[in-house]
Design a protein around this ligand. Structure first.
Ligand code: OGA
Ligand code: MN
Length: 289
């Protein structure tokens, strides 16, 4: 019989996030998975250090949580990793004149992954292969905390609205493949989702914001929508609701893509940063009830 240590959970001390120790993600068993799953729902973002998952192991770990999406098309127009259609590459590295991944070396603004689609993934799992010594930190913010932080009058005003999640630009500001850019959020490609959702697994209320650029509150004149969104975004992205992660090679970070947003700092483009990502299919659409 193999003796396994129990999973050790250390909250970050910030508004969300926890580091999990005592688990090798390559040899997870059912009881460890249950502990990881509970911690993920409770803390929103999990950090596992020193995992060094190869692509097959990253896919196998992610599969514990459900079916995986096929990776989106990279900014280069390609799908990237041979033999692993589920793996998406986030990288500034250019090989033979072609970027091996997406998002470059600039800032990636606050966002939810793929929320411009009707059925966004419920989770993303990011594995650090190469990271710069400084810069390129990733921050996360809690959308439960954002809802809780809205003043009562603002809550009442926006509670039943839907928000347009724009599909024109990715978080690095790049226009998505096949899209003709338009800056009218009412007609741009994208999806309307409820602004306030109930999490299907925790039952807790949270905001569902997606991206600020080209967002629109359905039915409102643009200026009014912009003013309300600016007010909500300022509250939702306050430092007090976020946690910043400085990467080490071998780190695996997974987040609940329903109730957590993330952003990435810029870094020196002369340095290399290579991350491999999977995304786990959502089982339910973002829903107000
Ligand atoms: C992502 C993403 C940011 C980062 O993988 O969805 O936004 O820090 N990554 O690489
Ligand atoms: Mn992202």
């Amino acid at each position: 019989m193999t003796l396994r240590t129990s999973v050790e959970i250390t909250p970050t001390g910030a508004a969300l996030g926890a580091e999990l120790r005592g688990v090798d993600l390559r040899t997870l068993d059912r009881s460890q998975f249950d502990a990881v799953h509970r911690a993920w729902l409770a803390h929103g973002v999990l950090l596992f250090r020193d995992q060094f998952l190869a692509d097959a192991a990253l896919v196998a770990f992610s599969r514990w949580f459900g079916d995986l999406d096929q990776a989106p098309i990279q900014e280069s127009g390609r799908r990237c990793v041979d033999g692993y259609p589920e793996i998406y590459v986030v990288s500034n590295v250019v090989e033979n004149g072609v970027a091996i991944g997406s998002l470059g070396a600039g800032e990636a603004v606050w966002h939810t992954d793929m929320s411009y689609l009707p059925d966004p993934p419920k989770a993303s799992v990011l594995m650090a292969r190469e990271v710069p010594a400084t810069g390129g930190d990733t921050s996360f913010c809690t959308m439960y905390g954002a809802w809780d932080a809205l003043p009562a009058a603002l809550r009442a005003r926006v509670e039943r609205l839907r928000v347009k999640h724009d599909g024109t630009y990715n978080s690095g500001g790049f226009v998505r493949a096949g899209v003709t850019p338009s800056d009218d959020p009412r007609t741009a490609p994208g999806t309307l989702h409820p602004l306030v959702c109930v999490h299907p697994e925790t039952g807790r209320r949270h905001l569902y914001l997606g991206r600020r650029r080209n967002a629109w509150l359905e039915g409102l004149p643009l200026a009014e929508s912009d003013a309300l969104l600016d007010e909500i975004w300022a509250i939702a992205t306050a430092d007090s609701l976020s946690w910043r992660h400085h990467w080490r090679v071998g780190d695996v970070v997974m987040w609940d893509n329903r109730c957590v947003m993330h952003r990435r700092d810029a870094f020196d483009p002369a340095t290399r940063r290579v991350m491999h990502r999977t995304q786990i299919k959502g089982e339910t659409r973002p829903s107000p009830t």
